[in-house]
Design a protein around this ligand. Structure first.
Ligand code: GLU
Length: 281
């Protein structure tokens, strides 16, 4: 076991890596103890992930000069671990058949203007909360009853430490803030057997990650992950939420911003040093 940090880079093979990924990977590697930078392929969304993008991840990271521990974890090899975690959360979970339109209709009824939205979109109004898992249908998602989860843990707030933002204080959300701003999170998506949140938490623990480095866009999701860690009795790592690489218009880079894919810069003759310079490292 390392004395310092074990970190990981966890891309989804749904497109080519761009400058934002290069930054995320290089930050994770810099903050790891030598030899303790890990890679994880987040490929649970089988409809969007492609083997050629997975191959390109390995190639682009190696070109950047990164090396990582073997074997590489792939989420599609880990479905049993997610099923086990879901089974442990079953007493606090319920099936939900609401589609986005249903949720929008319920939320719109009592109010006008902006609807409450959290890291996963609209905050679920709890329509299916009274349903039991025994009548879950094949098209249902599984949600966590967050109020009951806090009560089961005997806590009324949740927090984590990010020393890069606030060195000696936790970032905290109360139970009510969590319910109002995030709501009953999805543990298993339709036809997927898990959700991003559940898989990340189970895998970070399985890989022994002690410092999770990720973009600031995932800051709110970290509260979800800490709650799941507590429910599953998994350790809570330290967190480092880094800045996002933006385009000239100030927009965060997305996979569809193919023009900024690392391999296009590479084809145009850029070196790994050029890439580091471009992202301010
Ligand atoms: N797979 C996630 C992404 O592509 C990042 C993983 C994480 O830090 O939780 O944005």
């Amino acid at each position: 076991m390392a004395g310092g940090a074990v970190t990981r880079f966890a891309p989804s093979p749904t497109g080519l890596l761009h400058l934002g990924h290069a930054y995320a990977a290089l930050v994770a590697e810099r903050l790891a103890d030598p030899g303790w930078f890990l890679l994880r392929i987040e490929d649970i969304d089988r409809d969007r992930c492609r083997p050629e993008y997975e191959a390109a991840i390995h190639e682009d990271l190696a070109w950047l000069g990164l090396s990582w521990q073997q074997p590489v974890m792939r989420q599609t090899d880990r479905m049993q671990a997610y099923r086990d975690a879901l089974a442990r959360l079953a007493p606090l979970a319920y099936p939900c058949q609401c589609r986005r339109g249903d949720i929008r209709a319920v939320l719109s009824a009592p109010q006008e203007g902006a609807l409450p939205a959290g890291p996963d979109g609209l905050v679920y109004p709890g329509t299916c909360r009274a349903r039991g898992l025994s009548d879950a249908g094949p098209g249902d998602v599984i949600r966590l009853d967050v109020a009951r989860a806090f009560d089961a843990l005997g806590i009324d707030r949740i927090g984590f430490r990010d020393e890069s933002i606030m060195p000696d204080q936790d970032h905290v959300l109360t139970k009510d803030q969590f319910l109002d701003g995030i709501g009953d999170v999805i543990l298993s998506r339709r036809g997927m057997g898990t959700s991003y949140h559940l898989a990340v938490v189970v895998d970070d623990a399985a890989q022994g990650i002690t410092l999770v480095t990720r973009g600031k866009d995932l800051f709110d999701s970290t509260f979800i992950h800490v709650l799941l860690q507590k429910l599953l009795r998994l350790p809570t790592p330290a967190y480092h939420h880094h800045r996002l690489i933006r385009d000239d218009a100030g927009k965060r880079l997305a996979k569809r911003d193919d023009a900024r894919a690392l391999r296009h810069y590479r084809q145009d003759g850029a070196t790994p040093q050029d890439i580091r310079r471009m992202i301010g490292l």
